[in-house]
Design a protein. Structure first.
Length: 615
């Protein structure tokens, strides 16, 4: 490891994407005390256990002792430098967690993409404490703690944004350069130019790749696409000139030459768009639109891509086609785990009629990983990828399958009904008896859980798929309501009009008559929900038990909770992660299976010893 003549600094790197992990490895190699932070618990567990490995254009490995899942845990460690390597759309949440961080004596470095991303730090901690870094390397995740480095076009740049403390930037640049991550210190004007140059390149290709679902190399191979890119860059240069950003001579040719060397992969913004995550479009193309308006410069190409990306993001993938794997991490702020219990992992799989949900849980009952894929899909690849991802990143001790398809899931160590799993998850969350209404794609279940967490009674709707998730979807499609807007529309209505037909087929005819009668769309939305809610009311429920909702329908139709509270005349809660309730309960049963097996084995061994004893 490199040793410096200066005493090591304590540097916290927040955000363990490729930018953050590459920085962290080099800072560690340079002999600094490096604290890592990212909310992805699965990723941080792997880093804590195996360190970070860089492959591809860089071949390095480093291990870390201080690895955390919450920014609040970093505060007591008194870092000298905090490097923000998170996406711009995560900054608001990160800054909220950083309330209470010291304002004096700490350098805050924005190592992010986009124009003006450092301003949030400057507003929070002051310009004198804020630094901007432009990184000229890129990579992608091969595994949570393995980064495939695509390229490094040295140098990187760093600057104090008001030039008040250039010595801090110089020290960090020298530290990185000492381990061959060449970085130079520049002034506030030069860093601004470098930021704009990089954002011009990012904005020229990122949104286009995402919208077209093509890699950079594929886009650059098509002359018509290159013409579009050229027009985007011309708009960018015009806005930069108006802002007095001095781009280099022949910058358009430089950009096109650079982009023609692009690899056969997706840029970061395109990856976010394709995975239905928020994007940084407001800090890329959106910034050129914003500054263009300031100078009365038309930017139609940037405006087009900004609005297209926002529309796709808002639509969240729409209703057509096979749903991709949706990967999420839990949003709970749970401190890093250091006990042995956290080293055991349990997989719960809920094979529902519409979607299959997967949950990985540790011994402390934290959900570290969850995914959802379509169940009825000829392409089994998304499910296999989801299962492969879970087993690759976690040493799964046992798997429990639940739901309609549980008997056809060969890799399960045990199977349980969705009723038992929902009850177990509810009791684990609440610690008390309750009534659960689980509204799924094709049925409604009412489950009563006693004071010990056992199922004391349950009921199911007896009218086929009437009043279920499939019913809501079909009704919404028939009246051309975006399913994501139904709750908002229904909340605007006070009608008591509901569908009278129990059969989904007849309900379609009835709702069509409403449309011919020009019933307001918000009344139609509420009427559909009323029809479902009144079916729920017909289920037998113990009125003395607290009432909670579970299932995918309530996760996506929050107005149902409001309506049921009106009809029941009492408070109605929603279980945490309602769509994953059954899968999480299955994971809890997998844990119980392992513990029981472990408890039985010594007993069997003792019995066998007594059996062969010569006594």
């Amino acid at each position: 490891m490199h040793t410096s003549t200066e005493s090591p600094q304590t540097i916290a790197v927040v955000g363990m994407g490729p930018v953050g992990q590459i920085l962290a490895v080099h800072l560690r190699e340079a002999g600094q005390r490096v604290i890592l932070c990212d909310r992805d618990k699965a990723r941080m567990h792997r880093i804590r256990k195996d360190g970070i490995r860089l492959v591809g254009a860089m071949q390095k490995h480093a291990e870390f002792d201080e690895v955390y899942s919450s920014v609040a845990d970093v505060l007591p460690l008194e870092p000298d430098v905090v490097v923000l390597a998170v996406k711009a759309y995560h900054m608001e949440g990160v800054l909220t967690e950083m309330e209470g961080f010291p304002r004096e004596g700490v350098a805050y470095v924005s190592a992010q993409n986009g124009i003006d991303v450092e301003l949030a730090l400057a507003d929070e901690f002051g310009e004198a404490s804020t630094y901007r870094m432009v990184v000229n390397y890129a990579g992608n995740h091969r595994a949570p703690n393995v980064i495939g480095v695509s390229f490094f076009n040295p140098p990187n740049y760093i600057a104090s944004i008001d030039d008040s403390h250039p010595e801090v930037a110089t020290r960090l640049a020298e530290t990185l350069s000492s381990v061959r991550l060449d970085t130079v210190t520049v002034d506030s004007y030069e860093i601004l130019r470098r930021v704009w140059e990089k954002t011009v390149l990012n904005s020229s290709l990122s949104a286009l790749c995402g919208v077209a679902q093509m890699t950079m190399k594929e886009v650059m191979a098509l002359p018509d696409m290159v013409h579009i890119i050229e027009q985007v860059i011309i708009e960018s240069i015009a806005v930069a000139n108006a802002e007095n950003i001095q781009l280099e001579t022949n910058f358009l040719r430089h950009c096109l030459r650079y982009l023609r060397r692009s690899g056969n992969h997706f840029p970061s913004l395109a990856v976010d768009l394709l995975h239905r995550r928020p994007t940084e479009i407001d800090y890329f193309n959106g910034k050129f639109v914003e500054y263009g308006k300031k100078h009365y410069i038309r930017t139609p190409m940037h405006l087009l891509f900004t609005n297209m990306v926002k529309a796709i993001t808002t639509k969240h993938g729409g209703q057509n086609g096979a749903a991709p794997v949706v990967r999420e991490t839990t949003a709970y702020d749970v401190p890093p785990h250091k006990s042995n219990a956290a080293d055991s992992y349990y997989l719960g799989v809920d094979l529902g009629s519409a979607y299959t949900k997967l949950v990985v849980m540790n011994g402390q009952h934290d959900i570290l990983y969850r995914e959802i894929v379509r169940t009825l899909n000829r392409d089994r690849k998304p499910l296999y990828e989801a299962l492969g991802h879970a087993h690759e990143h976690f040493p799964i001790a046992a798997t429990c399958a639940a739901g309609y398809g549980r008997e056809h899931f060969p890799d399960a160590d045990l199977t349980m009904t969705e009723i038992q799993c929902a009850a177990r998850r509810a009791y684990q969350q609440l610690g008390t008896g309750c009534s659960i209404i689980d509204i799924g794609a094709e049925d409604i279940k009412a489950i009563e859980v006693d004071a010990k967490g056992h199922v004391s009674n349950f009921y199911m709707n007896s009218k086929c798929a009437a009043g279920t998730g499939a019913f809501l979807t079909e009704m919404a499609e028939r009246v051309e309501i975006d399913i994501d807007d139904m709750s908002k529309l229904a909340a605007l209505s006070s009608t008591s009009k509901e569908l009278n037909s129990f059969c989904t087929v007849f309900s379609k005819t009835e709702v069509m008559k409403w449309m011919f009668d020009q019933v307001p769309i918000e009344d139609i939305a509420r009427g559909i929900y009323l029809s479902l809610a009144n079916r729920v009311l017909k289920l037998k429920l113990d009125s003395d038990l607290p009432l909670y909702l579970a299932g995918g329908v309530v996760a996506h139709h929050p107005y149902l909770r409001t309506l049921l509270e009106e009809l029941f005349g009492r408070q109605v809660g929603v279980l945490r992660d309602p769509q994953y309730c059954v899968a999480a309960g299955a994971a809890l049963f997998a844990e119980r299976h392992v513990r029981r097996t472990a408890a039985i084995s010594p007993t069997l061994t003792t019995l066998l010893q007594h059996e062969v004893s010569p006594s």
